[in-house]
Design a binder for this molecule. Structure first.
Ligand code: XIL
Length: 345
């Protein structure tokens, strides 16, 4: 029986998963560790490299859990996607509170960001294949104002120039790591207003960064899909990957999962015959993987968790409740989506 990683290797593709380090360390859950080590050739820390995890108290870094994952990867001959250097979520409260109460001003904030990027990239130097340098910097059409813009904590306090700065600081600290911009809802170009199309916005951002010589190497497309929201076709997704490649950039799918609403009696453990959502889920995984395989610049295909036993979806999307987003069920039985990935590989 061949693993996903064996099959992907024949295409020169790396297949990965986000790893929940608590599950990885749980002796009562050995299957998690076994599959994380055997089915994938690259791993991402689901949370342990985020700022609040690394530097919960100002000036004192806790590298332990992240280092353990990097060691796990080395032991299993896996590459590591570093996630994430600059993001507006999961920031330590000392930082956000300091900005809100005015004790941290703009100049200091920029220095804090520079020091963070430098410290983290330096700590892991030589052990990270791809870094998500900046994550989710662009708004969505449902945000206010509806016109796309640079959103979030960093843009608000430093202006959008922090993006180029972060790439430069990261490059200086580890010249060999591939530096990615990572975002969601950029899987394909939209069919609506091109001036308000997030994929187009990110494309133009990347083109501008390249034109200015900013050291960006790739675009990460998260790939958080649902069985009811999106109906991408492989052609539209390939077209987006191809346009990014046209800028001289690598691409990767970095956080793929396909969630379903748990309404209408849809339950974990239902068979595909009972639950057509499982077929829709498999189809969506297939669309993204096919597009990646058809694009020579698509370096890796990472799942945001591989089992419904440990997935962020039920905790995050509760109204209406959603779940069933990964390729193994809660008891580590491979689902239709897993068979689909194998069939594509
Ligand atoms: C999620 C994790 O999976 C959760 O455990 C955590 O509580 C919140 O963050 N986009 C990203 C990821 O870039 O970092 C997010 O991960 C999911 C959305």
């Amino acid at each position: 029986r061949q693993s996903l990683r064996d099959l992907a290797q024949r295409h020169g593709l790396h297949i990965g998963t986000a790893v929940d380090t608590k599950a990885l360390a749980d002796p009562a859950d050995p299957r998690y560790r076994e599959l994380a080590g055997s089915e994938f050739s690259t791993v991402t820390a689901e949370n342990e490299m985020k700022w609040e995890s690394l530097e919960p108290t100002r000036g004192s870094y806790d590298w332990g859990p992240a280092d353990q994952l990097v060691a796990f990867a080395a032991a299993h001959h896996q590459r590591v996607r570093g996630h994430v250097l600059v993001w507006h979520n999961q920031l330590p409260t000392w930082l956000t509170d300091g900005v809100v109460d005015g004790s941290i001003g703009t100049a200091e904030l920029r220095a804090i960001l520079r020091d963070h990027v430098t410290a983290v990239v330096t700590h892991f130097r030589g052990r990270i294949w791809q870094w998500d340098v900046v994550n989710e910097a662009v708004s969505d059409p449902w945000d206010t104002p509806a016109t796309l813009h640079y959103k979030g904590f960093w843009a608000e306090h430093l202006g959008p120039g922090y993006i180029a700065d972060a790439f430069r600081w990261a490059r200086a600290a580890d010249p060999k790591a591939l530096l990615f911009y990572n975002d969601y809802n950029i899987e394909a170009f939209g069919s609506g207003d091109p001036a308000n199309d997030k994929t187009q916005f990110v494309y133009e951002m990347a083109r501008d960064l390249r034109a200015r010589g900013v050291p960006i190497d790739g675009i990460g497309s998260q790939g958080h899909l649902g069985t009811q929201y999106v109906n991408y076709d492989t052609f539209g997704v390939s077209a987006a990957l191809k346009r990014f490649a046209g800028l001289g950039l690598a691409t990767a799918f970095t956080e793929v999962d396909v969630r379903s609403q748990l309404t209408e009696g849809v339950r974990a453990g239902d068979s595909a015959e009972i639950n057509p959502r499982l077929q829709a889920s498999a189809a969506n995984f297939g669309v993204l993987l096919r597009a990646c395989l058809s694009s020579p610049h698509c370096l890796s295909f990472t799942l945001w968790g591989f089992t419904d036993r440990h997935s962020w979806v039920p905790g995050w999307f509760s109204d209406p409740p959603e779940g069933l987003a990964t390729v193994y069920d809660e008891n580590y039985r491979p689902k239709l989506a897993y068979q689909e990935l194998k069939a594509e590989l």
